[in-house]
Design a protein around this ligand. Structure first.
Ligand SMILES: O=C(O)CCC(=O)C(=O)O
Length: 380
């Protein structure tokens, strides 16, 4: 049942493009996801070479790989840049697996029973319904580690750049803190009100790489898999173009790598650009609108900042269509599967992977997906 808390969050989301729901998940739910991820990482075999890192800057389009594209409905492991030995492309010596990963994605909600139980839970369905979704479907989930010391920044972006729908942008981020998120371990920052600004870019499958028979374009495997298409003019009167896919001026030290910029200085620069920090306790949830600008700073502290994110969109019954140009597609091109529905009628959801079934009441069963059996692949 939707609560007053849900109604308040829905109103804040509409006004600011971002909202904080305190105590959304219980300590038991957070602990279940933390320990499940620890077990999944224990079972992961880090590559000895060519490890997959995850990055959010301009190079993201150039470096997207099959391992990334194939992660849509599976459990794939992406390392922190700082965890990779540049000489070998494998894990740095003496670094433990548990401290090496940037994120795990993007199908934990369909491939793992513990994450599925939360993802399709009644509390998630009620909240999303209160926000106004009538046919919510769940394409993506990810677990972000923000490792102590090496957890990298997430540059400023709008989620609809990566998860695009027509005729309107409908992606909603449900960012759940499994551990406290603070100014020093890299909490999320958002720019309230920016959700009313236009969407600036679309991260698209590159027809030059994949080919487009209808347009007579022959596939060229050497071309990048993804491109950023500009949806409005950089010279337009949109201040946010200055930090699109980057950090607002003063928010990062990468322009002058020799200069060390303190967290306080970066925070001050972010505030000047209109961003506010969203510090969370474990169990708090941040709601993120499709077009609100948001980012996070690197983790310079000794504390990790584990989070579990869902990204849902409106589905076909709400007259909304998932872009076939989006990076994230389930199944082979010829046989693309539909995304699982967040059932508002209490009916069970049959998961795309492993023959699992989950209900909003939270009782997840997933044939063949007991602890340690979720599909784990890594590129070597
Ligand atoms: O967790 C973070 O640091 C950023 C997450 C984010 O940008 C997102 O979920 O869209």
């Amino acid at each position: 049942m939707a609560t007053i808390r849900d109604a308040t969050a829905a109103a804040e989301l509409e006004r600011d493009g971002v909202a904080l729901v305190r105590g959304f998940a219980t300590p038991i739910e957070c602990e279940a996801m933390l320990s499940r991820m620890e077990a999944l990482v224990d079972g992961w075999s880090p590559p000895r070479a060519g490890g997959e890192v995850f990055r959010t800057d301009e190079a993201q389009a150039r470096t997207t790989s099959d391992y990334f594209l194939d992660s849509a409905d599976r459990v794939h492991f992406f390392m922190e840049t700082g965890a990779v030995d540049p000489a070998t492309g494998g894990l740095r010596d003496a670094l433990s697996k548990q401290t090496a990963l940037n994120k795990v994605g993007h199908g934990l909600h369909v491939a793992d029973p513990v994450f599925a139980a939360y993802s399709f839970s009644e509390k998630v369905v009620s909240l999303v319904t209160k926000i106004g979704y009538t046919d919510p479907v769940l394409p993506q989930s990810m677990y972000i580690f923000k490792q102590p010391g090496i957890g990298g920044e997430v540059t400023s972006h709008q989620d609809a750049t990566f998860l695009h729908t027509t005729p309107r942008q409908s992606v909603l981020g449900l960012w759940l803190a499994l551990q406290d998120a603070t100014l020093t371990n890299g909490c999320v920052w958002a720019r309230p009100g920016s959700h009313r600004e236009p969407l600036r870019r679309h991260f698209q499958r590159n027809p030059a790489h994949f080919g487009d028979p209808a347009a007579g374009v022959v596939a060229d495997p050497a071309a990048p898999q993804m491109i950023f298409a500009k949806l409005n003019d950089e010279s337009s009167d949109v201040a946010a173009w200055a930090w699109e896919g980057k950090m607002p001026p003063g928010g990062t030290s990468t322009a002058l790598p020799s200069v060390s910029v303190s967290v306080e200085e970066k925070a001050a620069a972010l505030r000047v650009a209109g961003f506010v920090p969203l510090e969370c306790k474990a169990g708090d949830l941040v709601l993120i609108h499709a077009t609100v600008d948001h980012l996070s700073l690197p983790n310079t502290s000794p504390q990790s900042r584990h989070t579990f994110q869902l990204h849902l969109v409106e589905g076909p019954d709400a007259g909304v269509t998932w872009s076939k140009e989006n990076w994230l597609q389930y199944g082979a091109a010829a046989d693309r599967a539909a995304f699982p529905r967040l059932r508002t009628d209490g009916a069970a959801v049959v998961l795309a992977c492993d023959g699992g079934v989950v209900t909003a009441a939270g009782a997840a069963t997933a044939a063949g997906a007991a602890a340690g059996e979720a599909e784990q692949e890594t590129e070597t």
